[in-house]
Design a protein around this ligand. Structure first.
Ligand SMILES: [Zn+2]
Length: 79
């Protein structure tokens, strides 16, 4: 998952606010989380890649806002 996916989901109105069920309007403070660990012995590597973002509903009358690493769970794919 990347910033492009997030941006696209918001543009396509697929990022849904769990409170008012309307499309989330904006996001803020996107950061990529990438951790690499190499022990120096040449055979050990651990990587975790993800991203964290603050989702902001932005719809009238809704103050929902959440900082999450699991923002993809708010994306609703239409069938
Ligand atoms: Zn909302």
């Amino acid at each position: 998952m990347s910033r492009d996916v997030l941006q696209q989901a918001i543009t396509d109105k697929k990022m849904i606010c769990p409170k008012c069920k309307k499309p989330v309007q904006q996001f803020d403070n996107f950061v990529d989380l990438v951790a690499s660990v190499w022990d120096g012995a040449g055979d050990s590597g651990t990587e975790f890649a993800g991203s964290k973002v603050t989702l902001i509903c932005g719809n009238d009358g809704c103050a929902w806002k959440e900082r999450t690493e699991y923002w993809d769970s708010f994306i609703q794919d239409e069938d």
